[in-house]
Design a protein around this ligand. Structure first.
Ligand code: EPU
Length: 347
């Protein structure tokens, strides 16, 4: 890639679904693995290279720019998806990092490969999916993940990560922890069973199946139902800037939960036991109880139909949205003694 393909002082507004105004010092789009390799080698050769630190940007749907970026942002535009193995009871499907996640979902549904239909309409691109182990409606990426290929940004070395290497957990992986910022995910390979095992337990899915009188739902039915649920509950970032769930659902101890029940006997606290000792509480409920649902502060706010989604009503700055998130965290801490952690990456 010639140096001229690295642009200077580029607006990030089109590259973040919050639609906030921010700039990056340098910006490049990679369409081939070699494009990325060229940049990595350039950085290696040049003492005090200005093209550092490098940040990889996919769909920009899980981040908030609270200030300008001082290094090089690389937009992953690696494309392609295909079946790479056809075994007796499963297929392996490989997709490059710059593909839109929902396009991969539709590709799989179209071919009748099950496993990711519950992850329909999640914004973002394929390369970002393993980083936070995306999940929705009873399915997480880790349930179908086989392997990924990544390039080490400091050396240009390629590495394959298998399931165990990724340390997947709820909205977590090694790429958010000790390997944070160190790799660019080039491709992801999924293992999808040939015999569909549909997950229809999630309340809203079950309800819709019953309402529509579907006797034996198929993969496409689930994909369509999940898309409809999401469209109804979550704002379209093209219309109202947002980054999906802003916080993770907190996991608290049984003891802390019992204390909360004693403190608020009249509240029916929604809860999902994970084990005998740990309980997940919906962050949206906590935020709503603190009076934040649908509230607007300047051009920032929370979505009227879902308290966990912070929104940009038009001209909000990243800083202002960050401030709102801090105010929400403070309220929830004060009322419930629970520390909400952000799911979105703040830069
Ligand atoms: N609730 C409220 N007020 C609200 C919304 C929800 O009290 O305004 C309560 C209700 O009790 C509801 C519960 O929160 O039953 C859970 O709400 P929901 O089913 O919408 O799920 P969530 O826990 O808020 C998670 C994921 C979503 C994913 C949905 C569906 C996280 C942080 N978020 O949200 O993922 O789509 O489940 O499975 O785990 C994302 O990560 O960006 C995202 C949208």
């Amino acid at each position: 890639m010639p140096l001229t393909n690295i642009l200077e002082n580029v607006s990030l507004k089109p590259y973040n679904t919050f639609g906030v105004v921010a700039k990056t010092r340098y910006f490049a789009t990679i369409k081939t693995i070699n494009d990325l390799y060229t940049i990595v080698k350039l950085n290696q050769k040049t003492a005090n290279s200005p093209y550092q630190p490098i940040m990889i940007l996919g769909g920009g749907s899980n981040l908030l720019f609270a200030k300008n970026y001082q290094g090089l942002i690389i937009h992953n535009a690696l494309k392609g998806m295909a079946k790479v193995k056809d075994a007796t009871d499963y297929v392996l499907v490989k997709a490059y990092g710059g593909e839109i996640w929902n396009d991969l979902v539709q590709f799989c549904i179209h071919n009748n490969w099950s496993g990711i239909e519950n992850l329909s309409l999640i914004p973002g691109c394929v390369g970002a999916a393993p980083i936070q182990n995306i999940g929705a409606y009873g399915v997480e990426l880790k349930d179908v993940f086989y392997a990924l290929e990544a390039m080490h940004l400091a050396t240009g070395k390629l590495r394959t990560f298998y399931h165990n290497d990724c340390q997947f957990a709820y909205r977590e992986s090694i790429f958010k922890k000790e390997l944070k910022g160190q790799y660019c995910i080039l491709s992801v390979t999924l293992q999808l069973p040939k015999k569909a095992k549909l997950k229809t337990n999630y309340g809203a899915i079950k309800q819709t199946i019953a309402q529509e009188g579907i006797k034996k739902p198929n993969i496409a039915d689930i994909g369509r139902i999940v898309s409809a649920i999401r469209t109804q509950k979550l704002p379209n970032p093209k219309v109202l800037g947002n980054s999906g769930s802003f916080f993770k659902n907190p996991i608290i101890s049984q003891k802390a939960f019992t204390q909360l029940q004693t403190q608020y006997p009249s509240l029916n606290i929604p809860n999902y036991p994970l084990s005998k000792k740990e309980i997940k509480i919906p962050a949206a409920w906590l935020i709503e109880q603190c009076g934040w649902k649908g509230k607007r502060v300047g051009d920032t706010g929370t979505y009227k139909n879902h308290a966990l989604v912070l929104v940009n009503h038009g001209k909000a700055s990243g800083k202002a949205i960050q401030q709102l998130s801090k105010d929400i965290q403070a309220s929830v801490w004060q009322k419930f003694n629970i520390a909400l952690q952000t799911e979105v990456t703040i830069l």
